[in-house]
Design a protein. Structure first.
Length: 76
């Protein structure tokens, strides 16, 4: 039972593992579609960097405003 006046804390969920699994599934998709090894490597590297940048945030819940992918935005 919760004491009056206290907030309940919901568990914090990390999506890092799920994001890595999606990244691996994307790579398998590229292989199955017959993309060249260089294309697979380039796309997979980009997706892995994106997933690393997200950390525990869900890929599905990531918002454009919070990503700041534009190099000009990073300098500000």
């Amino acid at each position: 039972m919760q004491a009056p006046g206290t907030l309940s804390q919901s568990p914090v969920r990390s999506y890092a593992k799920a994001n890595r699994e999606l990244s691996a599934a994307f790579e398998r998709y590229l292989i199955a579609r017959g993309f060249s090894p260089r294309t697979i490597r380039a796309y997979s590297d980009s997706v892995c960097r994106f997933v690393d940048m997200l950390g525990a945030t869900s890929v599905a819940e990531a918002e454009r405003e919070g990503l700041a992918l534009d190099p000009l935005q990073r300098r500000s």
